[in-house]
Design a binder for this molecule. Structure first.
Ligand SMILES: [Zn+2]
Ligand SMILES: [Zn+2]
Length: 349
């Protein structure tokens, strides 16, 4: 360990499912072989974190939440040649074995021994985080840490959803939900060649944000978004629809709005059941309903290229910054549970 290695660090932790997060001071870990210790400079607060705080999905409590992390390498463990102290990095949140059948097939999010940082192992609501070196991707100098952090979840998953829905040149796309994922999805859909993007939400601020990114806002408070989009597309519907909210009703709408051979990619989390009319909505149109789970490490480098080319700009996606303090973070998670205005809040330790 370097001579002036940190001895202790601060973290905001979930002691038990269903409780509020608490402030903690912990002994600083040393990076093991093949690992890095990263000083966190920004950690995004995600809607999923509200679920994990409630005890849905999170494991290994007490647990430091936070899976959208960017920072600077503090120290490297033995055998690490890929990184040096001082490197700017952003962290891919899935820690996978790299050798099992799923990892080798390029679907590492199904690795049976995989762990997600901030869900199954300690995450980035902290000053420091220890991760395998392979999870740290270079963060270009021109991308602020706050944006690097949120790229790692919402943008990466938005890109994966668009890939799963096979969005390509000339496609029309409907995006349900303009939160952290949605604002990336509408820009990335364009970058992939989409001809028109319809952005569905009920929040005027989010609809205005979508419009600034050249999407057609569809205010779901006025009338049914399916009818509005059908009218706008001359009755045809869209080639791809992304559901990024996690409501059965919007998932149903994402299927109902499809054109012939359209693809609905569902990425919002819900325990509700959805219902569809198989003949009208699926068979008759040869429509596809596709599940979206996380994203791939390879998609992170692809994302950086979109950022480099100015096709993905998250400058207005980070709408609030809070300190590394349990009270502030619990407040943000409460707001997320209530679907208030903020697109993305980032912790700056
Ligand atoms: Zn997230
Ligand atoms: Zn594996």
């Amino acid at each position: 360990m370097p001579v002036n290695a940190p001895v202790q660090y601060r973290a905001v932790r979930l002691e038990a499912p269903g409780r509020k997060l608490v402030d903690a001071t912990l002994d600083a870990p040393a990076p093991g072989a093949g690992e890095l210790l990263v000083r966190v400079r920004a950690a995004g607060i995600c809607h999923s974190d509200a679920h994990y705080r409630a005890g849905v999905g999170s494991t290994n409590h007490p647990l430091t939440l936070g899976h959208e992390v960017a920072g600077v390498v503090e120290s490297v463990g033995s055998g690490v040649a890929s990184h040096r102290a001082g490197d700017r990095v952003c962290l891919h949140y899935l820690v996978t074995c790299g050798t099992c059948r799923d990892c080798r097939a390029g679907r590492e999010q199904f690795c049976p021994t995989g762990q997600m940082i901030g869900k199954d192992r300690d995450g980035g609501y902290a000053d420091l985080i220890r991760v395998p070196a392979g999870n740290a991707h270079p963060l270009p100098d021109f991308v602020p840490f706050e944006q690097g952090a949120i790229l790692m979840c919402s943008s990466a998953t938005a890109l994966h959803a668009l890939r799963k829905a096979r969005v390509g040149a000339g496609d029309t796309v409907a995006v349900f939900g303009i939160g952290g994922l949605g604002v990336s999805a509408i820009q990335l859909a364009r970058a992939l060649g989409a001809a028109e993007v319809y952005a569905v939400d009920v929040n005027p601020a989010k609809l205005a944000l979508a419009q600034r990114h050249r999407a057609v806002p569809v205010d779901a408070r006025n009338a049914g978004p399916v009818q509005a989009i059908r009218t706008a597309t001359g009755g045809r519907g869209v080639d791809a629809a992304l559901e990024l909210i996690g409501f059965a009703r919007t998932m149903e709408q994402a299927v109902e709005v499809l054109a012939p051979q359209g693809r609905a990619a569902l990425a919002g989390l819900t325990q509700e059941r959805m219902s569809i009319a198989p003949y009208r909505d699926v068979l008759n149109r040869e429509a596809e309903i596709i599940g979206v789970s996380d994203h791939l490490a390879s998609e992170i480098s692809e994302l950086m290229r979109f950022v480099e080319h100015g096709e993905l700009d998250l400058a207005d996606a980070v709408t609030r910054v809070v300190p590394l303090e349990a009270a502030a973070i619990n407040g943000v998670l409460d707001d997320l549970e209530a679907f208030r205005d903020d697109v993305r809040t980032v912790i700056r330790p």
